[in-house]
Ligand binder design. Structure first.
Ligand SMILES: *Cc1c(COP(=O)(O)O)cnc(C)c1O
Length: 413
């Protein structure tokens, strides 16, 4: 078979599963429940003795097809899909950790993940935030009751790159679950399994779905963690292949009990979007490279944060780890330029939150997504008032360059 390339592999994955009426991609199955001619089969499905569909909160054929596709992308052994990326992170941690447990997290986090982790301490699960660009900091934070380490590949908006290889070695040596958020890099640029991740979370809402038309999240089991050594699993999920025990508890208990289920219609949108992930990332990453090169030379731009630039502290590490350094960057403007005026002068680039869309997006970070945390916390995170974050899309490079050039030009009003 010649389907070894990223795109040919995922593009044909649906029809190589169960073919329905020769359908070349998985149909949207909307039935909430499934019937059995023999009641014994229904009982066997409920008892986990037979594979089958029971109730839509737990499992659905359209969602299963998407899960299989994500597993292919990440070269993992199984994937659980969720209604959102936040649901994926929250449900996974609630499924695996118990009161009295501790985990270590990067302090450079997606804002809502940061907010979620802060809530865990009130539930008896302790978290220590560290500078994850240094595996030494992670190591120092490990306690006797530490169960898990959580990091993002490239954090936004300042584009810090986690010390992914060394943290992987550390987690392996200390037998900790290594939970990596791959949203910013996607499995096309980077597979966390290559740095010994145990579980990988992707917000499907972003690059994988890619068109900002559906929310979703996924957690993929890489097969590398030895779940027979993990005390927090219920006996009922410790059956069959031990590499699947953790993800089984996440699916059978986490998704079932919390109910943050991905809808089949959303799964369809995300799956169709994911077909072109590689093509979109090629164009978006090339655009981000061209724009950051241009902006880093511009007199009205004080600073550009992008791991693709040599001046970035972790440029060499990013080159080692990722196929490309992503399609997201941030800039600080010189004092004379107002960040609102600048964004307003952009025409092609849309002023909005979100990232990983086909369209280029800009947001004044301190005044929007980081407003709630206040000036002191922003300063501690290095968020300047003039910081503008860009998620670059797939427009033609010259059109984007012209848009930025105009927005930064003197007499543009
Ligand atoms: C957006 C995002 C999430 C959350 O995903 P949703 O689908 O919006 O819930 C998690 N991690 C990162 C890095 C993100 O960018």
């Amino acid at each position: 078979m010649t389907n070894t390339g990223f795109t040919s592999k995922i593009l044909h994955s649906d029809r190589r599963g169960t073919i329905e009426h020769g359908s070349i991609h998985k149909p949207i199955h909307t039935a909430v429940t499934y019937s059995y001619d023999d009641a014994r089969n229904l009982a066997a499905v409920f008892q986990g003795k037979e594979a089958g569909y029971s109730y839509g909160r737990q499992v659905n054929p359209t969602v299963t097809a998407l899960q299989d596709k994500i597993s292919l992308m990440e070269e993992g052994v199984a994937t659980a899909a969720f209604a959102t990326g936040m649901a994926a992170i929250g449900t996974t941690l609630f499924s695996l950790l118990r009161a009295g447990d501790h985990f270590v997290s990067s302090s450079f986090l997606f804002g809502n993940t940061n907010s979620l982790f802060n809530s865990f301490s009130s539930q008896g699960i302790e978290v220590t935030f560290v500078d994850a660009t240094d595996a030494g900091e992670v190591e120092e934070a490990i306690q006797e009751n530490t169960r898990l380490v959580f990091v993002e590949t490239i954090a936004n908006p300042r584009t810090q790159v986690s010390d992914l290889i060394k943290i992987g070695d550390l987690c392996e040596a200390r037998n900790l679950i290594y939970f990596v958020d791959n949203t910013m890099t996607t499995p096309y640029l980077f597979q966390p399994k290559s740095v010994k991740a145990s579980l990988v979370i992707n917000s499907l809402t972003k690059y994988i779905g890619g068109h900002a038309d559906a929310l979703g999240g996924a957690v993929t089991e890489t097969g590398l963690y030895d779940w027979t050594t993990f005390d927090n699993l219920y006996n009922t999920y410790k059956k069959g292949d031990p590499t699947l025990w953790g993800i089984t508890q996440i699916k059978k208990k986490g998704i079932r009990d919390f109910g943050a289920t991905l809808a089949p219609e959303a799964a369809h949108h995300l799956s169709i979007g994911s077909d072109t992930l590689a093509l979109r990332m090629e164009q978006a990453c090339a655009n981000a490279n061209a724009l950051t090169e241009y902006l880093s030379q511009h007199e009205k731009v004080k600073k550009v944060y992008f791991p693709g630039l040599e001046e970035h502290h972790q440029h060499e590490l990013a080159k080692t780890l990722f196929k490309y350094p992503g399609a997201l960057f941030s800039i600080e403007l010189v004092d004379e330029v107002d960040c609102f005026d600048f964004i307003n002068r952009l025409d092609l680039v849309i002023c909005t939150s979100n990232l990983g869309d086909t369209r280029s997006l800009a947001i004044p970070v301190a005044h929007s997504i980081y407003y709630e945390m206040g000036p002191e916390r922003r300063a501690s995170m290095g968020i300047d008032d003039s910081l503008v974050r860009f998620s670059i899309g797939i427009e033609e490079t010259d059109d984007l360059l012209a848009d930025f050039e105009f927005a930064l030009s003197e007499n543009s009003r």
